[in-house]
Design a protein around this ligand. Structure first.
Ligand SMILES: Nc1ncnc2c1ncn2[C@@H]1O[C@H](COP(=O)(O)OP(=O)(O)O)[C@@H](O)[C@H]1O
Ligand SMILES: [Mg+2]
Length: 325
């Protein structure tokens, strides 16, 4: 697949179960797009707000702020979305604090479930429509809420559009439905870990997106996959066991002089990785069998708290794999 094709829709929505790597993958996709010369904005919807840490930037606000060359970030806050909405819709220059207090937003969004999601999606719509050079982006990466909530999040506009027959809100809900259902404008990428629960939830989500929401999807990301320690041939030779003595001799031959204790630790770690890898392979097979979308595997990175160079590394892996699709 050409990179131009991959970045054809302006809006890339990244979702998956909590902790699977949504923010990491969002950042990697943004880096990849920026490298291709795009002006990129990452919209963080997740409340944890771990995105700025990756770029070493300040906490994000409601308006895009520059995190590194070519990449801006913002956090979508429903209260601010409501204020912006009232300002634009009703030309209210000064919005009463009471209208946009967390309390008021909680009140109306409890009364009209889905409204909070509409407000968030509305901000993405504004970003997509923006034409002024200062705020115009070629790619908008949405670091979306965890998958379970994401389905409610993405179905809010069609729910509201079905519920209301006429009026401005109905019209705007329709605009959001059109935005989400147009594969040239928006696409979802699901992220999962190669583990049982995340994989089965991902397969449920992918079906719901296809059958219920009719929102286009792109390649899925299987994150934090352990690398293959052995080639299939080597694996066959080992016949399921590792010969300790031979391994030690081989290690010494390449200058790996370890004492017994270190060698034991290394040995049991290798065994652990090998068995984890084979469990992961089972889940990866299930994932591939259950979806029509390609699956892009991303390596597990052994560094404490991923920093920008690690995420750049993942961006290179994604780019290479997308080009081979
Ligand atoms: N490929 C990877 N290898 C190792 N650690 C990873 C990888 N991807 C993400 N992580 C780590 O896993 C944790 C959760 O990732 P994050 O992107 O914040 O997930 P989410 O946004 O889905 O909650 C973070 O500490 C992150 O640094
Ligand atoms: Mg996150």
């Amino acid at each position: 697949m050409l990179l131009d094709e991959f970045f054809d829709p302006k809006i890339l929505i990244v979702s998956g179960k909590g902790g699977v790597g949504k923010t990491t993958v969002s950042a990697a996709l943004a880096i990849m797009a920026a490298k291709a010369g795009h002006r990129v904005c990452i919209a963080e919807v997740d409340e944890k707000g771990t995105l700025p840490a990756i770029f070493g930037s300040e906490g994000l606000g409601y308006e895009p702020s520059k995190m590194c060359p070519g990449i801006w970030g913002l956090r979508i806050i429903p209260e601010e979305s409501l204020a912006e909405y009232l300002r634009v819709q009703y030309h209210m220059k000064r919005i009463s604090k009471a209208f946009t207090s967390t309390h008021f937003v909680d009140y109306i969004t409890t009364a009209a479930p889905g409204l909070k999601d509409i407000l968030i999606l509305g901000k993405i719509w504004y970003l997509e429509q923006e034409r002024t050079t200062k705020e115009r982006f070629d790619t908008i990466v949405v670091d979306a809420p965890a998958a379970g909530h994401m389905l409610t999040f993405l179905s809010a506009p069609s729910g509201l559009s079905d519920a209301l027959r006429v009026g401005p809100v109905r019209r705007q809900a329709d605009w959001l439905v059109q935005m989400l259902r147009d594969p040239k404008r928006a696409r979802v990428h699901l992220v999962t870990l190669p583990e049982e629960m995340p994989v089965s939830e991902t397969l449920e989500t992918t079906r719901a997106l296809e059958e219920r929401l009719e929102i286009a999807q792109g390649p899925l990301f299987a994150n934090a996959v352990y690398s293959e320690l052995f080639t299939p041939q080597e694996e066959k030779k080992l016949k399921g066991t590792i010969d300790r003595a031979a391994l030690r001799t081989q290690g010494e031959a390449v200058g790996l002089a370890l004492d017994d204790e270190d060698f034991d630790a290394l040995f049991s770690y290798a065994r652990f990785l090998r068995s984890r890898r084979s469990i992961q392979e089972t889940h990866l097979r299930n994932l591939r069998a259950g979806t029509g979308e390609p699956v892009i595997e991303l390596p597990f990175l052994f560094s404490a708290g991923l920093a920008l160079p690690d995420v750049e590394n993942l961006a290179d892996v994604i780019e290479e794999k997308v080009e081979k699709l």
